[in-house]
Design a protein around this ligand. Sequence first.
Ligand code: ACO
Length: 431
Amino acid sequence: MAESTKTATLSFEGKTVDLPIRTPTAGPDVVDISKLYAQGGVFTHDPGYTSTSSCESKITFIDGDKGELLHRGYPIDQLAQKSHYLEVCYLLLYGDLPTAAELEDFESRVTNHTMVHEQMHNFFRGFRRDAHPMATLVGVVGAMSAFYHDSTDISDPWQREVASIRMIAKVPTIAAMAYKYSIGQPFVYPRNDIDYAANFLRMCFAVPAEDYEVDPIMARAMDRIFTLHADHEQNASTSTVRLASSSGANPFACIAAGIACLWGPAHGGANQACLEMLREIGTPDRIPEFIARAKDKDDPFRLMGFGHRVYKNFDPRAKVMKQSADEVLDLMGIHDNPTLQVAKELERIALEDEYFVDKKLYPNVDFYSGIILDAMGFPTSMFTPIFAVSRTVGWVSQWKEMISDPAMKIGRPRQLYTGHTRRDYVDVENR
Ligand code: ACO
């Protein structure tokens, strides 16, 4: 990227500060304020980072107005239709699509790291059976930092590579174990002779008492869900991973921090919340009641699966996911799914409603993913863990990019302090 010669000038209280403007390969120009405090003695204030770029990245680009999502330049709809999850993982991690030999080598490395240390099984037994699988996932992925000591020296590129492969390979195993534990069934070990998505389904749904054949339609749908959630530039959980890692912390612990952030209903938890909402609506005739609630300023209710911080046109992942939902339900012979009927009608009504049109609130990826996962037999509590499995590669790719950047420094935001100014301590008897 050529250095820009453009500058922005900030004038206040008789001072003038020239701020360099950096021009990205795509997206709006960025005013570099990193020297603003040194030169002008002021901070900037942007809660929720709505106008702030927190890092330089070459991995994912989103054009929210156009509804475009590119991974290393490739549009998500092309990747979802023509590629598959592990190839997209390679693309995100290493920057280009792999050759056949590179892909084979990568798939074999991931496949050969899918088992977890046997001692880790004991962690699960410490959780209550009714714990949310996300709670178990956060805990057990965090616990990985107490194992695998040969891949935690983040200054060593080889150890970073091994840690990356381990996370992509083992998080699905841990998520499946969290599910099995929650339903009181024995853990199912991964198999090296089936692909990533099929392996995950098998670890979730097989039982030792009988043979289990993975349905290729289910495996393809699972792979597509993984692919569509693989990365999404500097979202809340990815920024959490970057901030946690910026102190040089243990990589496994940093991914656990990302999982914790993802859990919230405004982020990854929305897929569970959305399906629960669709079920609560129940029948299309109740939709107007829920639309009215979503529009009521005095009601905290929001239509789950609608709206996005960045997409103000449509979420390109939702388009592919909607197609997938139709395909999967059709192929599984489910034609009168009431939840899908409610979803379709809700989408139609909301997209014509002035409130949603004016605020540019469109269905996001989570609007349809829950319907597919439900049809596959997953309980709603597994929806967000599945999102975490998919997003692990995004977190890891962004982490690797940050750690290998020589300009990396600890993330340390400033604040607009509005508390008390200095005051003297008063002894308890005088208060
Ligand atoms: N239903 C009803 N109103 C909504 C919704 C919604 N789903 N989303 C936003 N709005 C309204 C807000 O009330 C606000 O109205 P106002 O301007 O009159 O106050 C306006 O639209 C803007 O909303 P913000 O919360 O400021 O938008 P922000 O960009 O901060 O939030 C978010 C984005 C969190 C995704 C929000 O749209 C939301 O809560 N959606 C529901 C949860 C959801 O589906 N999350 C999944 C996100 S995608 C993902 O993580 C994969």
